[in-house]
Design a protein around this ligand. Structure first.
Ligand SMILES: Cc1cc2nc3c(=O)[nH]c(=O)nc-3n(C[C@H](O)[C@H](O)[C@H](O)COP(=O)(O)OP(=O)(O)OC[C@H]3O[C@@H](n4cnc5c(N)ncnc54)[C@H](O)[C@@H]3O)c2cc1C
Length: 477
């Protein structure tokens, strides 16, 4: 059913006022110019808007929001347009203005000795990593979309990725924020302090708020020492229980030097090697599960430490085979298998995605029971659980049965997703570990969030956006 507009369609005069703030070249109205901003990468959401606004300064963002507030116009914030729950795409009714932050792309400061960096919302995650590296420091957040996603969206969704195990998610890496509020006022919270207990910590309201509470225009991010040693292994495993045992063992023997622990199922390796160029299985025999294990730090002999840890694990029976990367090219080839996992599923028809987390010990039960559940519901469909085992976050994707019509499969998503979310809830997990709620999960949120929590969330929304113009219909119905 099409979403009903909650705010009026902006008239020609109002649109001219919005355009005057950014100049005509950055107020896009032609369908051809708007197209890249209105479609997300999987084509799950295709929206409409009267105008795409592309401000290049915080003052312009403030002026846009002040005008939106005064006129009651809905605004959809967008940074890199790689979000996976539809929060950055306007609804099909076309009443919402799209505010794209990609031109706010300055790195304002890098403080290598203080280990901080101040960047604007439109800087890509890859550019942040690169600027940190140039200063001899590390910004550890890493996602497969890092070349395209931008800091505004990364913080807007509280992104996770493969470095969470050692360094935490986007929230943990944020010291301060600059935010334009729904009424156009700018909050300068760009502090680089590590300790500041002066009342409520407002930055945490905005991180993960998916554009519903304010427009993040800049942030102070934490930097780290750059490890001098790095070793990566691709490991064949007999079972998911063995993955759990290997994780425990790796943590016990490597401590904080264990910086990534991702899992991949055999089906995923089949998809990646079948469809993605230059992806090869590094092991000679086939295994039901694989782990990508990274150890990094400063002490010499990291590679030997990883090899000893794996040899012990092999002796104890929970590692079947392993390859340790002998060069940077090999390390990249191992990671390419992981990074192409999402993309390769496109070639196998429809895929229902579930970004869930459970306590680590319950991952094997989650995966086993999901396989039984979905086979009962739709015989022949193919579970492809993969991802961030080390922090309990599994991308529980279910590919369609071979030969089935893709649209027919995707239309039956509720039949599969409902029972999976019920199972995740039973296992004390979360139905959205890192992608957020957006449009995709707003009905499900009502089923899993305690009413008191929903009341508090609505109260915060009402206080910061009383007219309901910031990303209406996202997170909440
Ligand atoms: C191949 C692929 C792999 C991915 N892997 C991961 C992963 O491992 N971990 C993970 O967490 N995510 C992952 N994602 C999801 C996505 O890349 C991240 O959520 C990313 O952080 C979104 O950034 P963006 O700039 O593209 O945001 P957008 O898509 O532009 O926006 C996302 C949300 O944030 C809001 N928003 C955007 N800009 C602002 C702003 N300036 N102020 C306030 N709100 C704003 C939007 O309204 C929307 O609700 C992946 C996506 C793809 C396509």
């Amino acid at each position: 059913m099409m979403e009903q507009p909650r705010t009026p369609m902006p008239g020609a005069e109002l649109l001219a006022q919005f355009a005057a703030i950014v100049g005509p070249a950055n107020a896009l109205t032609a369908p051809h110019d708007q197209a890249p901003y209105l479609r997300e990468w999987r084509d799950h959401y295709v929206g409409r808007t009267p105008v795409v606004l592309r401000p290049s300064t915080v003052a312009e963002v403030s002026a846009i929001m002040a005008l939106a507030h005064a006129s009651g116009t809905a605004v959809v914030p967008q940074s890199g347009n790689t979000g996976l729950v539809g929060g950055q795409i306007p609804f099909e009714h076309g009443h919402e203005v799209l505010l794209n932050l990609s031109r706010l792309d300055r790195i304002r400061a890098v403080d290598a000795s203080g280990d901080t960096m101040t960047v604007e919302a439109g800087v890509t995650l890859a550019a942040v990593q690169q600027a940190a590296a140039t200063a001899g420091r590390l910004f550890p957040l890493s996602l497969a979309s890092e070349g395209s996603c931008r800091i505004g969206g990364v913080l807007g969704t509280n992104a996770g990725g493969v470095g969470v195990l050692a360094y935490g998610n986007a929230r943990d890496l944020t010291l301060g924020l600059e935010v334009v509020l729904a009424d156009g006022r700018m909050w300068d919270g760009l502090t680089a302090l590590r300790k500041d207990n002066t009342g409520y910590d407002l930055r945490h309201l905005f991180v993960g708020s998916e554009g519903t509470l304010g427009i993040i225009t800049a942030a102070v991010l934490k930097l780290f020492a750059r490890p001098t040693e790095l070793a990566t292994a691709f490991v064949g495993l007999p079972s998911l229980e063995a993955a759990r045992d290997l994780f425990r063992h790796a943590r016990a023997s490597c401590g904080p030097a264990l910086t990534a622990f991702e899992i991949l199922p055999r089906l995923g390796i089949d998809f990646v090697t079948r469809h993605m160029p230059n992806c090869r299985d590094p092991l000679t025999s086939s295994h039901p599960w694989y782990a990508l294990v990274e150890v990094s730090g400063f002490a010499a002999g990291t590679s030997e430490r990883l090899e000893t840890m794996l040899a012990d694990a092999m002796e104890q029976g929970f590692v079947a085979d392993a390859a340790v990367a002998g060069s940077l090219a090999q390390t990249q080839a191992f990671w390419a298998l992981r990074e192409n996992m999402s993309e390769s599923q496109k070639f196998e028809g429809g895929s229902l995605k579930h970004d869930v987390s459970v306590p680590i010990d319950r991952i094997p039960e989650l995966v086993r029971r999901t396989a039984v559940l979905v086979e009962q519901i739709m015989p022949g469909c193919r579970p492809l659980p993969f991802g961030h085992f080390g922090d309990g976050n599994i991308h529980l994707n279910i590919s369609q049965p071979p030969g089935m019509d893709k649209a027919t499969y995707l239309a039956r998503w509720r039949e599969i997703t409902g029972p999976i979310y019920a199972l995740v809830t039973e296992l004390n997990g979360s139905i959205s570990a890192e992608h957020g709620i957006g449009r995709a999960k707003r009905e499900d949120l009502l089923l899993v969030k305690p009413p008191v929590a929903l009341d508090m969330m609505r109260a915060v929304k009402k206080a910061l956006d009383p007219k309901g113009i910031l990303n209406p219909g996202r997170i909440f119905e």
